[in-house]
Design a protein around this ligand. Structure first.
Ligand code: RUQ
Ligand code: CUA
Length: 654
């Protein structure tokens, strides 16, 4: 979003005017939260929300789970970042999830979650999200709410036009924002133009287990690929990507990438490329990228490095890739529920351009082209445009749909959401947002079947909306009722990190599948202990493995002797509980690590290095029973040359 801030400098005067206008109309002075609005968001104690919302964490690298309409936050799901709250990325089982070709990368910038679909409707099995900085795509189970898989995307940099799902979750699609030399090599940056490439990756998703594999990458011209969306319904089989910097500038982009009056939406016929690839088309190219998969039975992650990727050049398959001229540096690329309209949110354009899929196909069939770029045919703007929403606002970013024939677009600079009608292009309503809105979400708003009751806007700036918390405020989301003609602001709620996009879904699609426990009988962790009689301590050279169990309210064993300075101690903690919502924690004094939070039936491993002679305690970090404070134990560490034998016990004093 940084460059949007920069780009907006040109609109500064207008922006200031609009912001101050919003200030004057502040909901506080107008009392927008009247009693009936309060009732609309009030979820009584013990009652459940009607929708789940999954908000990207942006620079937190994670995903947060909220309820709608209450705006209550239920959970933060760690994805690309280490998370001390439950030990993700610290435990031996989850560390491999953060492996990449650059080594262990414990952070990312997560942007655009998207829920899996069947026949164009949300099916609630998985949610996918992109890591923008070190290009990766993650798959999170909506049964366990845990990250199950991360695949790195090679030849990519600034993985931003990601991660969007095709109608039957055939692919999760990832496009590069920055073009780079492919393959990477030492070359002058000045030779960018014509030499750098933009990789668009089609990652197949196994229909049963969700496992991801890069099926092919299209090596596109060196533009910036900003956002993307799948075709649906009639346009199923196509994918659309907004581009900017079609100037192929490599310096001072805020000026040099804003020269062209029109950039493009790249339309990709992925069905056609898939067929070409299935028949052996494309080239296998050497690559190096991590594929990390969590196994729910063993409770562990394996990381493997993949060594090649299939690449396809657009010129190899005539008729598969086209460029749709779209004014000016379009950001969001959104497709309506019918699949007919493709909205290009030209962030420097006063109007909102909507292309017609039918017209596009017609122009392609009649070969009405307006030149080409790197062998890719360019269509004529007049031939493909369905209409435009005139003077809708300033700085359009993203559009969602309510399934009733209406579209909702966010305007960053004029800080508002504008509702307009598909087909007539007339503006129906506009409501200010406080302040500087980025994305917006309607549950199912990116599918064939939106659930158009709520819409929420995710704002970049918070300012005076909450009690001040020093120079840094959490960002702010705003929930609107969109069931009537006019949008109605219902609620402000703080968000965590920087939510870019969010996905939301009616609760009933997910809640009954939510996992309560892991069955102990199904635990295949190689170092599990399924009851207290299986607990033990095993020395393997300088490594000491403690097979430990937890149950309210003790560890077994709780006292361990015979550890020596220089040993590396692995606490393999199996939680024997088989009741819902009874995790135990584990923390060891001086561990250069976080705690573990172990779910019922799960095994997790914490590593600790014995550095000093003494008797060192560990304890349970999660208040699990009235005797939680009694849930503790000791490790006796003797000098490196001592001959004290390994021993372990529980309840020995008595
Ligand atoms: S982007 S609003 Cu990833 Cu639009 Cu942030
Ligand atoms: Cu177990 Cu507290």
């Amino acid at each position: 979003m940084k460059n949007i801030f920069k780009l907006s400098i040109g609109f500064l005067i207008t922006a200031v005017a609009f912001t101050s206008c919003n200030d004057q109309n502040s909901s506080r002075s107008k009392g927008a939260l009247n009693t009936s609005n309060a009732e609309k968001v009030y979820v009584a104690p013990g009652e459940h929300d009607s929708h789940y919302a999954f908000l990207s964490g942006g620079f937190s690298g994670n995903l947060t789970v909220y309820g709608l309409p209450s705006g209550r936050m239920f959970k933060e799901i760690p994805v690309f970042s280490q998370f001390p709250t439950n030990g993700y990325g610290y435990s031996e089982e989850t560390k491999p999830m953060l492996e990449t070709s650059y080594g262990f990368v414990p952070w990312d910038d997560s942007h655009h979650p998207d829920i899996s679909q069947t026949a164009g409707e949300l099916d609630g099995r998985w949610i996918f999200i992109n890591g923008n900085n070190t290009p990766r795509i993650a798959r999170i189970s909506l049964t366990t709410f845990e990250t199950e898989e991360i695949i790195e995307v090679p030849n990519s940099a600034g993985n931003h036009s990601s991660s969007f799902i095709t109608e039957n979750t055939e692919y999760v699609v990832a496009g590069t924002r920055f073009s780079v030399p492919v393959p990477q090599r030492d070359m002058p940056i000045k030779e960018y133009k014509g030499n750098f490439k933009g990789a668009l990756s089609f990652i197949s998703v196994d229909p049963e287990h969700g496992h991801m594999d890069i099926k092919f990458q299209i090596l596109m011209p060196g533009f910036n690929y900003d956002l993307s969306h799948p075709g649906r319904g009639k346009s199923h089989g196509w994918f659309f990507f907004t581009t900017y910097n079609t100037e192929e500038a490599s310096t001072l982009l805020e000026v040099n990438a804003s020269q062209n009056d029109k950039d493009f939406i790249a339309a990709i016929n992925w069905k056609k490329i898939e067929e070409y690839v299935n028949n052996g088309g494309g080239t296998m190219m050497p690559a190096n990228y991590a594929h990390n998969v969590y196994n729910e039975a063993t409770h562990t992650t394996t990381s493997t490095m993949k060594k090649e990727v299939r690449v396809v050049n657009p010129s190899e398959i005539p008729g598969a890739v086209f460029l749709l001229p779209t004014p000016k540096s379009p950001h969001g690329c959104d497709v309506d529920p019918s699949g007919e309209y493709i909205v290009g949110n030209g962030k420097l354009s006063a109007n909102l351009t909507v292309h017609s899929f039918t017209k596009m196909i017609d122009a392609i069939e009649n070969k009405r082209f307006d030149g080409e770029a790197y062998d890719i045919p360019i269509l004529k703007f007049e031939d493909i445009v369905a209409g435009s929403v005139e003077q809708a606002g300033l700085g359009p970013l993203h559009t969602e749909f309510d399934g009733q024939g209406n579209a909702y677009t966010t305007f960053f600079i004029s800080s508002e959401v504008v509702k307009w009608k598909l087909g007539t292009w007339e503006v129906i309503d506009r409501k200010p947002t406080y302040y500087s809105v980025g994305h917006l979400t309607i549950p199912g708003g990116n599918s064939r079947k939106p659930f158009g009751k709520y819409m929420f806007a995710m704002n970049k700036i918070t300012k005076d909306r909450y009690l001040p918390t020093g120079p840094e405020m959490e960002h702010s989301a705003q929930l609107y009722d969109i069931s009537g003609d006019k949008m109605e602001l219902l609620l402000d709620f703080p968000t965590h990190g920087e939510p870019h996009y969010a996905a939301a879904i009616p609760a009933e699609i997910i809640k009954n599948n939510s996992r309560k426990i892991y069955k102990l009988a199904e635990n295949e962790h190689p170092r599990k202990a399924l009851n207290e009689s299986e607990t033990k301590v095993v020395r393997e050279g300088k490594n000491v493995h403690i097979y430990m169990t937890t149950i309210r309210s003790h560890f077994s064993p709780d006292n361990i002797e015979g550890i020596k300075v220089g040993d590396k101690v692995f606490f393999h903690v199996t939680n024997l509980e088989q009741d819902f919502d009874v995790p135990h924690g584990f923390a060891m004094i001086g561990a250069n690590n976080a705690e573990l939070l172990v779910a019922p039936g799960q095994t997790r491993t914490l590593t600790w290095e014995a550095k000093q002679v003494g008797v060192w305690p560990f304890y349970c970090t999660d208040f699990c029973s009235a005797l939680h404070q009694e849930m503790q134990g000791y490790i006796r560490v003797s000098p490196a040359d001592s001959n004290i034998e390994l021993s372990w016990s529980l309840g020995d004093d008595f």
